[in-house]
Every structure is written in structure tokens, then in C-alpha cells.
Design a protein around this ligand. Sequence first.
Ligand SMILES: [Fe+2]
Length: 338
Amino acid sequence: MIKLLSHLSYVAVTSPDVEASVRFYEEQVGLTVVDRVDGAVYLRCWGDYYAYSVVVLPGDQPSMATMAWRTSSAQALDEAVKRIEAAGVAGEWVDVHKIGRAYRFTGPWGHSMTLHWDVTRHESAGAAASIYPDRPSTRSKVAGAPRQLDHVTVACSDVDAFADWYNEVLGFRIMARTILDEAPVSVFSVLTTSEKSHDLGVVLDGSSAAGRINHYAFWVDTREELLIAADTLMENGTAIEYGPSIHGIGEQNFLYYREPSLLRIELNTGGYRNYVPDWEPNTWKPSMGSNNFYRNGVMPMSMTESFPPADGPSATEEGVPDEIMDALLNPYAKQGRG
Ligand SMILES: [Fe+2]
């Protein structure tokens, strides 16, 4: 198979209060608004190469409207479409703002994906133009502002089947997965189009809802910036949901918080670089520190919430037996593996 996808290009999310979300992205995350069209607000990080990397759309609840991936060539786009349709999924050609021709489809577990080759590159003028020719604009003045969009992690009722489908149809490399210590249940997997551990993650969705997102992530250049972002968010009244710490899988420094819609945002930096074309994914267990390298920080229950929220008072746990939730949330209780 030729290389089909090159990287994640933008994530479109919905918010019940678009202006509150946009204000947060501008003032707390350090993104810049580049366009407003028919209620949609387009934003970018200072280092993003194209016109935008985040779209905020009005919606009743926080959710992912689509995740967009640039293909490796015009031919790769045609080949990807052929493979998607051969797999029994029918999408449609759409015209996307400042992109143009794109193919949009809904994957087998309800996630909208938009594939495109055409782009508009970002160009800055005046004070926003960097003195460095490779930089699309000057650094954000917001402390700890991310350089660029990094990855998206969705929720799905069958983690392994999801990973296999996106591997077989679109050529994502499967880099690792996590099964529970107590039961052969896959709860997490990471896939990539590049040398980093993932630009697409998938967590187990215990609800019957389709097409949900767990979080999406931005990249900062250094761990120091990630820590400064955490400090600044705290001082500005934004709670840190989990971290700062290091994931075992991928070895990235991480930090999770919520934007005003309650959608979860992550900051990442560091991590391995893996160029192995026939990489065999390892199977981790939570007790190995898959989520927390130091095997000491228990993941908060709230991290299992995906978006839009499923119906019902305990929807995040719907369909997941108590012992599995307990194993997921308290992985070090029985480890004795220090
Ligand atoms: Fe993540």
C-alpha cells in the first residue's frame, strides 16, 4: 500500500457557547482566530502551517464534528477513497473552507473523517510575520501556547477492531495497546501516520453512543512550556484534570484540562520517535504504567468521560462491569511490581 495519510490537519468541535470557547482558546490556550464564516470560527496555533487547525461550531453539546487528515498526494487521496468504499463505507465529496475538495465519511464506529490533499498555507504579514522563513507566524505571547495541533483520541466500543480497520483501510501503524490486568479487555490503542506514537488514539467507550471524542491535543516544544501552561491555567482558574506527568505508552509529557464546553484538551511534548515500518505493537497493562510512566498517579474517574456525554446518570460506566472500571482507575492497587 502506498502511504495514504500524512498528518492530522484540523479538528472541528462543537460548543454550546461558541464565543466562550473561542475566548478560552484565544486567551488561555494561545490560539488565534483567522476566520468566522456562518457561525463557524476558525483558529490556528502559531506554528500551524495551514490556514487553520481548529474549527469551533455551534452545537447543543461538546462533540467532534470531524477530524481532517491531509493525504500524502492527490493520488493518495483517490486511493484512500477507493479503499474506504471497497470496505463498504460510502462518503461524499465536500467543499471545505480554505481547503476545497475533500472526501468526508463516517467510519464504522460513527466518527466523521475528512480527507484532503488541497490546502491553503498560512501566510502572515506585518508584525505577525516571523523573522524565520520556516515559521508561519511569530510565537504566541500567551504563556505555554502550543506550537501546533498534535492528535485526536476518540472513543469506541471495540478498541482492537477500530485499530485494525484504520490500519487495514488507511494504513495507520498500530503502535501499542493496553489491556486490563484482570481481563483480556482492550481499553486503549494508539495509531500513527508518522514517527510519533500517535496522531490517532482510541479509548474504550462503555456507552452505546457512536462517534464520540475523548480529547484532542496540542503540541508544545518543551516540558518547561507544558509546566508553565499548567501554572498559568491554574492561576487563571482553569482546573487541571490530570497531570502534568508522562504517559508510559509514547513517553509523552501530558496535561489535561477542559475548555468551557467541557470538552477535554491535552497538551503534549516529548516522547519517542519510531520510524520502524513493520513495528509490532506491544501490549501494555495499566499496572505497567501505560498511562502513567511513574506508576503512581491514579487516573481520575472523570477521564473516562467522552463527548457528547451519553444519556443517563452513570453513562460513562454504562455496560462496563464494576471490576473493569476499578481495574482501569486503580491499576497499581495489586501490582507489587514497583
Ligand atoms: Fe492524548
